[in-house]
Design a protein around this ligand. Structure first.
Ligand code: HEM
Ligand code: CU
Length: 620
């Protein structure tokens, strides 16, 4: 390999606790990334089980598995869980682990803030899930429309929902600030913005999206909470309030959010395709700029979720048009990916298959999305299974397939071992077939008029066969997930040992050992080109084909001491305080005691945190 790794660099002598305490107090971005990933998988099992229960209930007419009330909880928690507790943290796992490495940095800009955002996220997720055991889970749908979210204040379900999302939003704001600062200040010498890997770019766009969209829903959620508990009437039409206001605030966040879910997957695919096509990404700057364009335009299309709310012809025409336009940068990316594969020498391993599956499924989801931008068709499709088909092609076929592509691609870097390819291919094909069986028929169901969020349907409407197919598909997906978990289990001990660069990669993470040492780089690399690591290994011959360098470029060996952030329990403590505060807020007025206690714990955490930094950072 190209870079010397026998470490002459000495890491400074902060004592690092082992075991559970080590994980609780870690400030290492790689460990935090692993925590995010494992947590996302755990919540994925929860959200997937909810989906299976939904599908069992709908498998046959007049389903008897769930009551109407239980069904409402299931789809609400399924949607909320999948969006906020599975896909977002899975993306955060990759960003935490790889953003610093891709930039040639030793950590994120604010390591303890990073830990705080993880712990706030975990407690927010627990808080939301806790309600299953406290008299019922949220049941107002993942977009919590008023009055569904504001009525019945004596039942606490939607209080948990509103406060849970506020807490989760806080976690996302914290990590967004951290990632943006990291990108702006921590890049290795020579790593210009345009030389940043596309995944790092997409993570940056996502961070800005979150930073600008979360304040809107946070305000909206506080108003939901106040309407429920403090006698305000923001969303109460009978008292002069306006339920449509909630829809605006929700979708001003909610539409950018769908790009928060999909852009990381697009970033992953943009790393995987070049590696396994043995070609640089085609039209790299177009991929980056179209990602930014999607980010900007994502804020201008929110009302396409509200065409049936009666916004009037001008607004409907305007939002229909912006929605059609946003398909353009998306299409640009697809052509760039196809251009990357075109004429490449493809290696069809599991990571690559998931990326190709992503392109295929995402195109289907994108096209059905364009049909929603046509207002009269949307009026027909709205709240039918056609919409459910659309967003699952994007979220499952797109986001989840992209994430699995990243899992197979980066697993050897994180664990030092390769996932088994034979099991991986089983995983891919079962998931690909299952996904199409599950969500393909939903297009037909929707066009035939089956409404979404309905817990039962009578016989003889032409729904029966398609629903059965969808349920069989869902269990096929579940089988695929089991194959993946088995692969993970097997790989722990029997997986093939991966060298530092198992795929002949292009970017900096492949220049360091697998798994990387705590300090990532012995010497911070100096970057001279896009895909810098590739150019250290290859030169081009006269016809532009890569030829391996005879003597790979060696990095010098460092003797400088390396400072790493010290472990700290203060982030967990502060996050726990926020959790206690939120629980107290659900049970006002006597919950005020817990609100106060939680606030004290949080302040204690933050105070200890600020004291500790002065004593430990001797090198800066
Ligand atoms: C095994 C995979 C999955 C199956 C079988 C499945 C199935 C379903 C079903 C049947 C519904 C109810 C539709 C309705 O009544 O409106 C639903 C809703 C939903 N699903 Fe999935 N889903 C799966 C994976 C995912 C993933 C990965 C996401 C990613 C973010 C997701 C996001 C949503 C959302 C946001 C809703 C809307 C919930 C609501 O109406 O409040 N699902 N899903
Ligand atoms: Cu939208």
């Amino acid at each position: 390999m190209a870079v010397t790794t026998d470490t002459a660099a000495s890491v400074d002598s902060v004592v690092r606790p082992r075991g559970l305490w080590g994980w609780l107090t870690t400030t290492d971005h790689k460990r935090i990334g692993i925590l995010y990933g494992v947590t996302a998988i755990a919540f994925g099992v929860v959200g997937g089980t909810e989906a299976l229960l939904i599908r069992l209930q709908l498998a046959t007419p007049n389903g008897e598995i769930l009551s109407a009330d239980a069904y409402n909880q299931m789809f609400t928690m399924h949607g909320t869980t999948m969006v906020f507790l599975v896909v977002m943290p899975a993306a955060a796992a990759f960003t935490n682990y790889f953003l610093p490495i891709l930039l040639g940095a030793r950590d994120v800009a604010f390591p303890r803030l990073n830990a705080l955002s993880y712990w706030v996220f975990v407690f927010g997720g627990l808080f939301l899930t806790l309600t299953f055991f406290l008299g019922g889970a949220p049941d107002g749908g993942w977009f919590g429309y008023a009055p569904l979210s504001t009525q019945v204040p004596e039942v606490v379900r939607m209080d948990y929902w509103a406060l849970g999302l506020i807490v989760l939003g806080l976690a996302s704001v914290l990590s967004s600030v951290n990632f943006i600062t990291t990108v702006l200040t921590m890049r290795a010498p020579g790593m210009t913005l345009m030389r940043m890997p596309v995944f790092a770019w997409m993570a940056t766009v996502v961070s800005f999206l979150l930073l600008f969209s979360l304040p809107m829903i946070t305000v909206g959620l506080f108003q939901v909470f106040m309407d429920r508990n403090l006698g305000t009437t923001f969303y109460d039409a009978a008292m002069g309030g306006e339920p449509i206001l909630w829809q605006h605030l929700f979708w001003l966040f909610g539409h950018p959010e769908v790009y928060v879910l999909i852009l990381p997957a697009m970033g992953i695919v943009s790393e995987v395709l070049p590696t396994f096509s043995r070609k640089p990404l085609f039209g790299r700057s177009f991929v980056i700029f179209s990602g930014m364009a999607i980010g900007f335009m994502g804020f201008g299309v929110w009302a396409h979720h509200m065409f049936t709310a009666g916004l009037g012809p001008v607004a409907e025409a305007a939002f229909g048009l912006t929605t059609m336009f946003i398909a353009v940068p998306t299409g640009v990316k697809i052509f760039n990916w196809l251009g990357t594969i075109w004429g490449g020498s493809l290696r069809l391993n599991t990571a690559m298959l998931f990326s190709l599956g992503f392109i295929f499924l995402f195109v289907i989801g994108g096209l059905s999305g364009v049909t929603h931008s046509i207002v009269p068709s949307d009026a027909q499709q709205h709240d039918t299974y056609y919409v459910v088909a659309h967003f699952h092609y994007v979220l499952f076929g797109g986001a989840v397939f992209g994430i699995f592509s990243g899992v197979y691609y980066w697993w050897p870097k994180v664990t030092g071992r390769l996932l088994d390819e034979r099991l991986g291919k089983w995983h891919f094909w079962l998931m690909f077939v299952g996904m199409n069986f599950t969500f393909g028929p939903m297009h037909v169901l929707g066009l035939n008029g089956m409404p979404r969020r309905t817990y039962r349907y009578p016989e003889g409407l032409g729904f029966d066969m398609w629903n059965m197919m969808a349920t069989v598909g869902a269990f096929t997906i579940a089988t695929a997930v089991l194959v993946f978990l088995a692969n993970w289990w097997r790989t722990r001990t029997r997986g093939e040992i991966a060298g530092p660069d198992p795929w002949d990669g292009r970017t900096l993470e492949w220049s360091i050992p697998s798994p990387p040492p705590e300090h990532n780089f012995d010497i911070i690399p100096t970057v001279v080109a896009e895909d810098d690591f590739w150019h250290r290994k290859y030169v081009e011959d006269d016809s532009g084909n890569p030829v391996a360098r005879e003597a790979p470029v060696e990095s010098p060996v460092s003797t400088e001491p390396i400072h790493l952030p010290s472990p700290s329990y203060h982030p967990v403590l502060a996050a726990f305080g926020i959790f206690v505060t939120a629980i107290g807020a659900v049970y006002l007025p006597w919950g005020l005691l817990a609100v106060g206690t939680g606030a004290v714990i949080t302040m204690w955490g933050l105070f200890g945190w600020s004291m500790e930094s002065l004593t430990r950072r001797e090198h800066e």
